[in-house]
Design a protein around this ligand. Structure first.
Ligand SMILES: *Cc1c(COP(=O)(O)O)cnc(C)c1O
Length: 427
């Protein structure tokens, strides 16, 4: 029997015809906890982190996990215990880091629309840095900090205007984009920041996009950011740290992103050549730390043959796997116990009442109702984007560590979903 290839999933493999993470047969976890079910490999997360740590060995560098990729507490705990900081984009994410035992001083706060209340809470928690994305935000942050008798540490997110050649919805460093301060306005913005009494300039930041599989956009962005560092410092505003954002891609379907340590060997060579190798460096990786550490287990409900298409209807949907509907993204879908029979080509779809609710198109599968499948590369931007559309409860999550499997989130019930709702009193 030929077993499918599992791109980029080093701790996931077929053993005796059964798909396993480490020593755990996934079918047993699916039977025990029900489907759809997310299962994460702790070893795969730590391996992904280790590639960055190797890349930065001997450097003054802080890795801040961009937690919007997967913000479940048990996942945050893995990274907090490994010494990571966190890149947050909301007050809710701040609460999660603190609940998971993360160090507030290693938090950086990104995002174009921070509210006054979020700024105030982050200042009171003592976070490391605000990545400010507009001049208007600088003014508000200064006011909020002064009202608390503080000076907010700030870095300005600059828009280097490089094309990361990824999906338009996940490219963030181009001119027509809502993110960052335009390259041409950087110096003015820093001068304003330096003049505001409630701010303390500490760094510079950029983030050009996501699922980047090529080294060139990073090298181009670094050149542009270092040019800006030189300009800003020549104007008498020292920058203590340089933050190069996140965005490194993963292998979903034969993608070949550079390994994190290989990418950083090239970037650090450039930094050294330009005389910035001793600066404090920050990075904000999300997807590349968790994406290929997770799978979503699902059961085949029905097979529905058709004239133009055959449909394989599964119990997972766009609720928990939103990337195909949002970005036409590809996830590998493989059986937990491959059958030795002929395959049929299916569109794999969920139960949600939307034509956009598909998980995979034109997939050759040998399946029967009741079979279990794994949707691969489901560790990033799946559970953290999950919704309750169609009043579907969000799935449970299990973290596998060697021969231990721990439920880090229970399945959501309809009662959980209705908890904050009230009927109108009619009488
Ligand atoms: C989303 C995001 C990241 C992480 O991006 P990945 O592609 O998941 O690595 C980093 N920094 C900022 C500001 C982000 O918005």
């Amino acid at each position: 029997m030929t077993t499918p290839m599992l791109p980029g999933h080093p701790h996931t493999a077929y053993r005796g015809g059964e798909l396993c993470i480490a020593t755990q047969p996934l079918a047993a976890l699916a039977r025990q906890h029900g489907t759809p079910l997310f299962v994460y490999s702790k070893a795969a997360m730590l391996d992904a982190l280790a590639a960055y740590q190797r890349g930065f060995a001997g450097r003054n560098a802080q890795i801040c996990y961009a937690m919007k990729a997967n913000s479940s507490l048990g996942v945050l705990q893995v990274f907090a215990e490994a010494g990571c900081g966190f890149d947050i984009v909301s007050g809710g994410e701040l609460d999660r880091v603190l609940a998971a035992g993360g160090d507030a001083r290693k938090i950086i706060f990104s995002g174009v629309g921070k509210t006054r209340s979020e700024m105030g809470r982050a200042l009171q928690a003592g976070i490391g840095c605000f990545n400010v994305e507009s001049e208007a935000e600088l003014e508000v942050l200064s006011e909020v900090a002064l009202s608390l008798g503080q000076r907010a540490p700030v870095s300005i997110r600059v828009n280097p205007n490089v094309d990361p050649k990824t999906h338009p919805y996940i490219s963030t460093g181009l001119k027509g984009n809502k993110f960052g301060v335009a390259h041409e306005r950087t110096l003015q913005t820093y001068q304003r920041a330096a003049a505001l009494p409630g701010l303390k300039v500490v760094g510079i930041d950029c983030h050009i996009g996501s699922q980047i599989t090529d080294t060139t956009p990073y090298l181009d962005a670094m050149d542009r950011v270092l040019d800006l560092v030189a300009t800003v410092e020549a104007a008498g505003i020292p920058l203590h740290h340089i933050d190069f954002g996140g965005g490194l891609g993963i292998d979903y379907n034969g993608d070949t992103p550079p390994a994190a340590d290989a990418l950083w060997a090239q970037l650090l060579a450039k930094l050294d050549a330009r005389g910035y190798g001793q600066r404090q460096l920050m990075i904000e990786p999300g997807r590349s730390l968790v994406g290929n550490a997770g799978v979503c287990l699902t059961e085949v409900l029905y097979l529905k043959p058709g004239e133009q298409k055959n449909f394989c209807i599964i119990d997972a949907a766009m609720n928990e796997l939103p990337r195909p509907a949002m970005y036409e993204a590809f996830h590998q879908i493989v059986p937990l116990a491959p059958r030795d029979t002929a395959t049929t080509v299916y569109d794999v779809v969920g139960p949600v009442c939307e034509s956009g609710d598909w998980l995979g198109r034109d997939r050759a599968l040998a399946v029967q109702p009741g079979d279990l499948l794994a949707v691969l590369s489901a560790g990033a931007y799946c559970m953290s984007m999950a919704s309750n559309y169609n009043t579907r409860g969000r799935p449970a999550e299990v973290l596998v560590d060697g021969d231990q499997a721990t439920v880090i989130r229970e399945r959501e019930t309809a009662q959980d979903q209705m908890r904050h709702e009230r009927l109108v009193n009619t009488r």
